[in-house]
Write a protein that binds this ligand. Sequence first.
Ligand code: MN
Length: 732
Amino acid sequence: MLQVVRENIDEEKERKQVLRKYRNLLRNSRFDYNEDEVRTIRKAFDIALEAHKGVRRKSGEPYIFHPLEVARIVTEEIGLGSISVASAILHDVVEDTDLTIKDIDSLFGSVIAGIIDGLTKIEHIFEQEGSIQAANFRKVILTLADDVRVILIKLADRLHNMRTLESMPKDKQLKIASETLYIYAPLAHRLGLYALKSELEDLALKYKAPKVYNEIVAKLKQTKAVRTRFINRFTEPLRNSLDESGMSYEIYGRLKSVYSIWNKMRTKGIPFEEVYDVFAIRVIIDTEEINEKADCWKVYSIVTDYYTPNPDRLRDWISTPKANGYESLHTTVMSRTGKWVEVQIRSNRMDAVAERGLAAHWRYKEKSSDALDNWINRVREVLESAVQNPVEFIDDFKLNLFAKEIFVFTPKGEIKAMPHKSTVLDFAYEIHTELGSRCVGGKVSQKLVPLSHVLKSGDQVEIVTSKVQQPNSQWLNFVVTAKAKSAIKSHLRDERKSIERKGKQKLNKALRKYGIIRNDENYTKLIQYYRVMSTHDLFYKIGMDSISLSNLSRLKVERGKILYRPRKKMKLSVEQMVETMRGNKKALVVGRSPKVDYALATCCHPIPGDDVIGFLNRNNEMEIHRINCENTIPLLSNYSYKVVKAKWDSSETISFLAGIKLSGIDRRGIVKEMTTVISDDMHVNIRTINIKSSDGTFDGEITVYVNDTKHLMSLKDKLRAIKGVSKVHRLE
Ligand code: MN
């Protein structure tokens, strides 16, 4: 927004204008500043005046007009105090002039320097064109703004820029207007700055869609007389009653903003004429805070004496204010002409809060700048708390402030959103996998830091790489992003594969040397001999040289087959054991085996067709369990010597007990239908049946005698086909 001085300007006249603006700033403030405060503001003014000297805005005005105007908005329209005023006056000096944050710090101290720093960072982000999405901007602003005043001053800055947008070129107008709609208006809304929000929206619409904007403005003008008449007629009986009640009040018709009318037309797809709430009737009562709730309801009762309310459209934001502090009582009533009219009832204090944000609330109570700190804290609470009104807050705000995201810059100023606790290495991987793989460290604010260095929001990071760097498994201990993790893992996998390939080649060469054939049988012998888990393991360990092949010569080999038995019996893993049992033909035969006494485990009720094992229990009895029974795994790992392979005798049909769990929608006769299916259709004996129903649904367990898994499966299918039954499972 800078432009160099033009000729022929009445400098004396301008100097006077600037001074007048400055004096008005002090005079119209809502606070009586003390001497120190006035001195700080004066100092800020002198420094900004000097720093922006000779620079003009696009409009041709001296640049200093802008910071002074922003400061005026900050105090008059938002209600902030001296620190914010001074910061607003200085808000562009670090960005646009030679002064640095350090200078500001030594001149004004750390609080103002912190605010200017936040504002400058935000300015930087907005200079980056394109890539970053609007939703992210909002998060960025909140992340960078340690002090809520940063956001508020930024809003004032944006408001002034919007008010003076006329002098900007068309493309800039569009960009600034869009940003305003996406970022600043919602921010203002969250902070409860309704007046500011509406003005931002209207101005944005004016530049984004001038035709629509002008049309609505024109229509509002055309309909004004009719509207006024209607409002007068509508409010007349209310005035009379309110007068009688002795309350002191204001009642008027309040126009909706152009933007909100347009928004309604657009979202509902209706023409201007059909937007019924182009205006609302507002009743503001002048009352003590202690009586305001009761008085508002008194007004409500008067309004509804005359007009019928729509019960669906009563909004009581007095008992439970909105998260941003908004308090009001809204009702929509039917007018005599058959038109719905919204009536908003609130106290003076509530109205001030609604229009100008919570600042107004504190200002209302005491006209000192102490109250401001209270407000700042309150805003912070509002921003940070999700508890008050979760519905209002389910968006970026909560997400961001609680969460766990930081914003980090590349050396070129590009911004990256990263999870909380991200390290230099995460950042490297975020930019490019190759950069991550070669990363040896980073530079954060010119300081060299290790790979594992944890980043903070606002850090600008340069990655340092080396050609000989390789990812290693240690890296997994400190990276947090999924991207880095999977890249490292995939690298490690690739690396392992190539080592395995090397190992396999080496082994095969050695096998040839000793005349051993390469087949699965021999590989299995080798796995046992070297006590490894799998062929992959074998190849890998050979490739890593942690297995020496020199003792292959000790193996007894005949016709290419390894005869040598493993020296020690290997303890197999649970998976291996289960695997061997599934395939093994020489197993204990369950069913009609006269040689072994066995009992079917009562925990899992195995039936023929299930994969099973036998376990020799303390009574020397063989217990048969299903392999997927939860008791099986500990047996296999702790008492593997007591576990035997087992299989079913398929020659005989015997019945076994199995449990079925079912649930669904209850209805009359459903239990009878189930028992019919089980006993008549399937000829299955029921041992127990237990159905519980509540609230129209039922849950049940049935134990039945079945022959095998196939039998059970078809029973389950039949049960599932009964109307109302939704879930049928075998009891595990
Ligand atoms: Mn500015």
